[in-house]
Design a binder for this molecule. Structure first.
Ligand code: ADP
Ligand code: DP6
Ligand code: CO
Length: 328
């Protein structure tokens, strides 16, 4: 018999981005990446393998899912079934405490929570490395959400050696503000945006070549707790990533005019003596890396500029957690 299992996984925001796949089926990235796991944005997912079901069902925030959303979940369920040598269908229930598909990394927390809850529910006892490999098959960025703190996804070259490792617990006062430009679902998913870029943008080669070096520089900056260097490297990685999409055919961008305004506002705060740096993912929202000692002052300025309801904050998040005991 199967038990229902529930897991919480936190999102992560990459300081050095993953952008482009060397292998689409196994989700092997072109470059290594490095991220910060966040406490206040997460997903909770429960899975029950139930012999009475004749198909998989997936509810996200109480709504039954179809199409690509269901397919991506079934892909992970199939991998779990293969490993556990079972054929039973499953019911998956997930709650996002993060806007879905808005460039706030819902696929990272969602797929990490799914990989962990489904493998537990199937009776598998995977270690964190194997969980990271499984989550990666659901969404590349999810490989990093297995761990809290600062996390590196080592690109590797195949299914066995492409997984995340924890770099630093980041328990030295880092925080991140989110400037919400638009919480709606984006038109170009991360998956299709990076595919189009890899296939058509001449800039992708330089991106891949220089990004592994950026990861190494970021690790040095982290080891020295050199916050300014971390911030500058983070801005450069995001800017380079967004430059690749402008070289694609057809050219596209995730930036909205308001995103650019927010970026310039963050850079202007530096002129006023605040230590804060921007990053952006596959969506228009802008994230700001800060030190906790400047949280109140920077928060007030961001709220005045963008409105209090447009500003979120999170400090550093933990590893995935088995919360089966919280099942009602
Ligand atoms: P984001 O920037 O939010 O990560 P993506 O385009 O990478 O956007 O991925 C969004 C997709 O991730 C959703 O359309 C859905 O298929 C999947 N997803 C989001 N949240 C969950 C969840 N909690 N459980 C399973 N899949 C999820
Ligand atoms: C810009 O992990 O969402 O957020 O692997 O196709 O599911 P798939 O894409 P996803 O891509 C994330 C891209 C990014 C950068 C990052 O998180 O490293
Ligand atoms: Co994503």
């Amino acid at each position: 018999m199967f038990e229902k299992r529930k897991v919480r996984a936190h999102t992560n925001i990459a300081l050095i981005k993953y952008w482009g796949k060397a292998d689409e089926e196994y989700i092997i990235p072109l470059n290594s990446s490095l991220s910060l796991t966040l406490n206040d944005l997460y997903a909770e997912t429960s899975v029950l393998f139930d012999p009475a079901l004749d198909q998989d069902t997936f509810y996200l925030d109480g709504e039954k899912q179809n199409g690509s959303s269901l397919k991506k979940v079934q892909h992970v369920l199939d991998l779990v079934r293969q490993q556990a040598d079972i054929e039973v269908k499953a019911r998956v229930d997930s709650q996002n405490f993060v806007p879905t598909a808005a460039g706030l990394a819902s696929s990272a927390s969602g797929m990490a929570a799914l990989a962990a809850s489904a493998s537990l529910a199937a009776g598998l006892d995977l270690d964190k490395k194997d969980l990271s490999r499984l989550a990666r098959r659901g969404s590349g960025s999810a490989s990093r959400s297995i761990y809290g703190g600062l996390v590196q996804w080592q690109k590797g070259s195949n299914d066995a050696d492409s997984y995340a490792i924890p770099i630093d617990p980041a328990d030295w006062g880092l925080g991140m503000y989110f400037i919400l430009i638009n919480k709606e679902q984006k038109k170009v998913s991360s998956r299709s945006g990076m595919k189009q870029t890899v296939e058509t943008s001449p800039y992708i080669e330089e991106w891949a070549r220089t990004t592994d070096e950026d990861v190494e520089k970021m690790k040095e900056a982290i080891a020295q707790r050199d916050f300014t260097q971390m911030g500058l490297l983070m801005e450069r990685s995001a800017s380079k990533m967004h430059a690749t999409t402008l070289g694609a055919i057809e050219p596209f961008t995730y930036l909205l005019p308001e995103s650019l305004h927010a970026i310039q506002f963050v850079q202007a705060l530096r002129q006023k003596g605040f230590d804060c740096y921007f990053t952006m993912d596959a969506g228009p929202n802008v994230k700001v890396l800060i030190k906790e000692e400047q949280k109140a002052a920077i928060g007030q300025l961001l709220q005045e500029e963008f409105g209090p309801d447009k500003i979120l904050y999170s400090d550093v998040g933990p590893d995935i957690q088995d919360i089966t005991n919280e099942l009602g």
